[in-house]
Design a protein around this ligand. Structure first.
Ligand code: ATP
Ligand code: MG
Length: 388
């Protein structure tokens, strides 16, 4: 018995002229993703994506991969059969044996993409439903709220039988809206921010600022582990590790303590803006949430955003920590994020950070630093690591 995943596209069906590009992107993403677990042919016919599961392949593992691909509204795991009533009936009985045994009420719902098929959709449902009721008398026909709905889809070449769709990951295919740089710390927030923007169709390049020896090798491993988890949703993702120690030391030695964080964050944004542009990114993504910490007030974000040419996306801006944690748990980054390794933000944290920084005063403080030299120096030491 041949199994197949019938995947229906989500929002991309609204995209009019761009539809073809979006669909091609989705097919390519799906192919690349299922290749991790099996050699499945993937094709697109009549706006439905078919992922064929070859003999001997682990269908559960394939489904697990496909469920994480953005751009799919729903996924039906179905059995393929010949387009005859007898084959459809036999397949339903065999493929949905457990469901049929445990349900008390049912209905059959038929879709006929092949309009040349001799029976109407209702005709097929009535025939299959009648036969099943006769052979399994405990199954009562119930049109409104059946425990089991047996779906029959009659398409060009074959018929498909399944027990209904499961939700897909939603969103748009990764890459369909371009590429952006994710500022990835070891915390809870930034992996969630990356996940949310990838769901809106962005391909990601990670950027991590690393302050060895103030932050340890293990802190860096943690960030790479988070990037690895993200690749299950976003696909391949390079991570750029930027040496940040000299910059932090220069700030510590030359600036007033209350401005440490804001000036450090301006360096992060400046460096990210430069790196993003050279990696073909059209925007930056951070895990900032309004008011969460001193550097995430509105005036602080105005002062840090001021150094960037690219737009800065902050998808968590209006979310509570609890809501963010809920997503972090869902995407499986939470347990890694809470491992207790220090981040460079916590290294030289001022006791009383300025929550309403004034741009003139920040600029004045920065004038005592060799900003360009520090930036060029850090860029020269960037290390690229590929995840996924
Ligand atoms: P997170 O939980 O993501 O660490 P946070 O609440 O700790 O966020 P901050 O430390 O103020 O907040 O950082 C705000 C954002 O700045 C982070 O979400 C991330 O996008 C970016 N960021 C902070 N530290 C780093 C770092 N070491 N490398 C790369 N980006 C960073
Ligand atoms: Mg952090």
């Amino acid at each position: 018995m041949q199994e197949v995943l019938l995947c229906k596209c989500g929002e991309i069906v609204l995209k009019g002229l761009n539809r073809k590009t979006f669909e091609n992107r989705l097919v390519a993403n799906l192919r690349r993703r299922v290749r991790r677990v099996a050699d499945c042919p993937v094709s697109l016919r009549q706006s439905v994506l078919f992922v064929e599961i070859p003999d001997g392949a682990d269908a559960d593992a394939v489904l697990e991969e496909v469920r994480r691909v953005f751009g799919l509204a729903s996924i039906c795991r179905a059995s393929v059969c010949e387009k005859s009533l007898n084959a459809i009936l036999k397949t339903a009985e065999y493929y949905l044996e457990e469901e049929i045994a445990s349900a008390h009420s049912f209905k059959v719902e038929t879709k006929r993409a092949d309009k040349k098929f001799p029976l109407t959709s209702i005709g097929v449902s009535q025939h299959i439903g009648g036969e099943l009721h006769q052979r399994h008398p405990h199954l009562k026909p119930e049109m409104h709220h059946p425990e089991l709905t047996i779906h029959v889809e009659i398409r060009e070449q074959y018929a498909f039988v399944h027990a209904g769709p499961a939700p897909g990951a939603g969103g748009m295919p990764v890459g369909a809206n371009g590429r952006a740089a994710l500022l990835l710390s070891g915390g809870i927030d930034s992996p969630v921010a990356g996940y949310m923007m990838a769901k809106r169709g962005l391909e990601l390049v990670g950027i991590h600022f690393f302050s060895y020896p103030y932050t340890s090798e293990r802190a860096r491993e943690k960030v790479l582990a988070l990037a690895g988890i993200l690749t299950r949703y976003v696909g391949r993702m390079p991570v750029l590790v930027v040496p940040f120690t000299k910059i932090q030391e220069a700030i510590r030695d030359n600036c007033r303590e209350e401005l440490f964080t804001i000036i450090m964050r301006r360096f992060m944004m400046r460096l990210s803006d430069r790196l993003a542009a050279s990696y073909g990114c059209g925007g930056l993504i951070t895990g900032e949430s309004l008011g969460q910490v001193a550097s995430q007030t509105m005036p602080a974000m105005a002062v840090t955003g001021e150094v960037c040419k690219l737009p800065v996306f902050r998808p968590l801006i209006g979310m509570d920590k609890e809501e963010i944690v809920k997503i972090a748990r869902k995407i499986d980054t939470f347990e890694t994020s809470i491992l207790p390794y220090e981040d460079c933000c916590t290294v030289f944290t001022p006791k009383h950070p300025n929550i309403r920084p004034n741009l003139e005063r920040v600029l004045e403080a920065e004038s005592y630093l060799p900003v360009d030299e520090l930036v060029e120096d850090a860029l020269a030491g960037v290390e690229q690591i590929i995840s996924g």
